[in-house]
Design a protein around this ligand. Structure first.
Ligand code: NAP
Length: 350
């Protein structure tokens, strides 16, 4: 008994230290503590998966001149290394970013843009603002009749509560709704690019925390009760449910487009700015993947010939990973997909 009490006291002291070193608030209720522990458990499991699958986590880069890829974000973190790999394949890469000038400068620090055969184009996009998504998509539709690859990468994690100008909670808006709309608007270009031997591909960058996600239909924006970790895992589960149903729709139509979803690994990037993990700096450097390694599974899902014709899959470390039970239920995926169309006021035939 004394042992258990001492252990609990130790956990509280460590947690107190952990949270005191960050901008993150200490959990205030049993639900919040439970959520934090579930995150730590999923994070540890993810680290073990990354460590034990290091040899699988590989992508072969090959030349694909003439192909067009779009990525959201890409000016830093995992996205920057995805852009580097796509350019090395001689692909035309269009980055949808909030600051096109600084994005080009960031890429030019790691890629010689004068000599690379890949072409880089940076366009303005705030993926959390639906108007901006529509403007970005219109520009693409005008200039590119075909889009071979769409990588929905941009994301935020554990941000304080904020509603976008469209009235959506920011994790939901940036991580999920903006990308859902972008994919919807670019489907004609993706369908035009895909062929029976080389499908167009959509890659949604999700996270292993989808496993503890829950779709809160009664309070989707967290306006009645908001906890950042819950908002993040909801948005990451949302991506998987929508991926699965979209692939079903495309298959029924016979479209040559495959849609997959990826956990990039636990990666040392700025994504953790609101996370308590920042209180232990060496832990990140020692245990997390580098952004370069974090980009591999995403690029694998985007170009690997060995998964040609395979959609609706969740990849982690370039192998199939475990999905949330709801993602295996076609009815639940369809229900959420249709609910999203309602939120975005989309007519499915639009
Ligand atoms: N790092 C990990 O361990 C990890 C684990 C699982 C999943 N992921 C996922 O991987 C993806 C990339 O994350 P990361 O680790 O590379 O994070 P990061 O280093 O923080 O980069 C986030 C990227 O998203 C962009 N972004 C954020 N809000 C945006 C908006 N409203 N409009 C356009 N772009 C926006 C950022 O651009 P600005 O510079 O303009 O902010 C930046 O390019 C995310 O979807 C994340 O959820 C990461």
């Amino acid at each position: 008994m004394i042992g258990i009490i001492l252990l609990l006291v130790l956990v509280v002291i460590i947690a107190g230290f952990y949270f005191s070193k960050t901008t993150k608030d200490m959990p205030k209720s049993w639900y919040e503590w439970k959520t934090e522990f579930r995150y730590q458990f999923i994070g540890m499991t993810g680290l073990i998966h990354d460590f034990s699958n290091e040899s699988n986590d590989r992508v072969e880069l090959y030349k694909q001149p003439g192909r067009v890829a779009i990525i959201t974000g890409g000016n830093r973190g995992i996205g920057l290394r995805i852009v580097e790999k796509l350019l090395a394949c001689d692909i035309t890469v269009i980055m949808g970013v909030r600051d096109p000038q600084s994005a080009e400068a960031a890429v030019s620090k790691i890629v010689d843009l004068k000599t690379t055969k890949g072409k880089l184009i940076c366009e303005q996009l705030d993926v959390g603002e639906l108007k901006s998504v529509r403007q970005f998509a219109a520009k693409i539709q005008k200039d590119y009749p075909k889009v071979d690859i769409l990588i929905n990468n941009a994301g935020i994690m554990f941000a304080p509560f904020k509603l976008t100008s469209d009235g959506f909670e920011s994790h939901l808006a940036i991580n999920y709704l903006g990308h859902f709309l972008l994919t919807h608007l670019l489907l004609p270009q993706l369908k035009a690019a895909g062929t029976a031997s080389q499908r167009a591909r959509v890659v949604n960058v999700s996270s292993c925390v989808n496993l503890i996600g829950r779709i809160n239909y009664n309070d989707i924006n967290g306006e009645k009760y908001y906890y950042p970790a819950t908002a993040y895992s909801q948005s990451k589960l949302a991506q998987i449910l929508a991926t699965r149903h979209l692939q079903n729709l495309l298959d029924k139509e016979g479209a040559y487009v495959q849609v997959n979803v990826v956990h990039p690994g636990i990666v040392d990037t700025d994504l953790f700015e609101h996370s308590a993990t920042t209180s232990v700096p060496f832990f990140k450097k020692l245990c997390f993947k580098t952004p370069e390694r974090g980009s591999r599974t995403v690029v694998y899902a985007a170009i690997a010939p060995e998964i040609e014709g395979q959609g609706g899959i969740y990849f982690s470390n370039c192998v199939k990973g475990p999905m949330h039970p709801a993602a295996k239920n076609a009815e639940k995926c369809e229900k959420f997909f249709n609910y999203t169309c309602e939120l975005l006021k989309l007519n499915e035939k639009q």
